[in-house]
Write a protein that binds this ligand. Structure first.
Ligand code: ZN
Length: 260
């Protein structure tokens, strides 16, 4: 990544007024959260077809397996802390330029960093709550996970006895309608989509930046590796979110004639 790329991106950022930040696993790996889809990740060790939404709904055995492995997914999330990449997105909001954050992450780290919860659109749900699939009652994940740790193999809703599932989107589970529609609506109305830490391969989430570009927005991609959208981007920054994003915002503010 060159200084020239930073300058180009900063120039775009300094002129943008309604920015949609689109984040993926890359921003959270810098907080020590494993990318479950990467080589050596959880989905290399377990067969995803055994953990589909359909299996979860239809088989008590599948639910038992799901909950017995849930600790593997949950513990890294709660022990992680936001990093300077998340802080940079908070800075963007305080600067008044952020429209919203569309995230593929389920770890709640944007909110914990200080981003306004009503500006965070979680396309793949959240691991921090659990809902009853019958009466929709929401429970904190902490509370349900504690029940599992205490020996409850398949926790049931205390209200109606229904099946409970963490509010993450599983394989084979439809995307949340409201969040998905909102993400696309925001993307179509932004003037800059800034991708941070997403390889843009998981669809339909990855179509959000495409929608922004098609509606005339600029596109900046900051990611550790190539993405299928690099060609469509105005600037591609190859690097770490926690290192590059703060520099970029600082430079953009300087160009906008403001001090950070
Ligand atoms: Zn219930």
């Amino acid at each position: 990544m060159t200084e020239q790329a930073i300058e180009q991106a900063a120039a775009i950022l300094s002129r943008a007024k309604r920015i949609v930040v689109f984040t993926g696993a890359g921003i959270s790996t810098e907080s020590g959260i494993p990318d479950f889809r990467s080589p050596g990740g959880v989905w290399d060790r377990f067969d995803p077809t055994e953990f589909t939404y359909q299996r979860f709904l239809s088989s008590e055995d599948a639910r038992r397996k799901y909950w017995s492995l849930s600790k593997l997914f949950y513990e890294p999330l709660v022990s992680a802390n936001p990093n300077p990449g998340h802080d940079a997105v908070v800075a963007l909001e305080r600067w008044g330029r952020l429209d919203c954050i569309v995230t593929q992450n389920i770890d709640g780290l944007h909110q914990r960093a200080g981003s306004s919860p009503d500006r965070v659109i979680e396309l793949h749900g959240t691991a921090l709550s659990v809902s009853c699939l019958s009466c929709r009652k929401r429970h904190s994940r902490e509370e349900v996970q504690a029940r599992v740790e205490a020996g409850e193999e398949v926790p049931r809703c205390e209200g109606c006895g229904g099946i409970m599932k963490p509010d993450t989107i599983s394989f084979g589970q439809p995307m949340p309608e409201r969040e998905t529609a909102e993400a696309f609506r925001r993307a179509e109305n932004c003037d800059l989509c800034w991708v941070i830490g997403s390889s843009l391969v998981v669809t339909p989430a990855a179509h959000v930046p495409v929608a922004a570009v098609n509606a005339g927005a600029k596109l900046i991609i900051l990611n550790g590796s190539e993405t299928p959208l690099d060609e469509a981007a105005d600037v591609v920054l190859r690097g770490k979110a926690g290192e590059v994003a703060p520099r970029l915002i600082e430079r953009a503010r300087a160009l906008a004639g403001e001090t950070a």
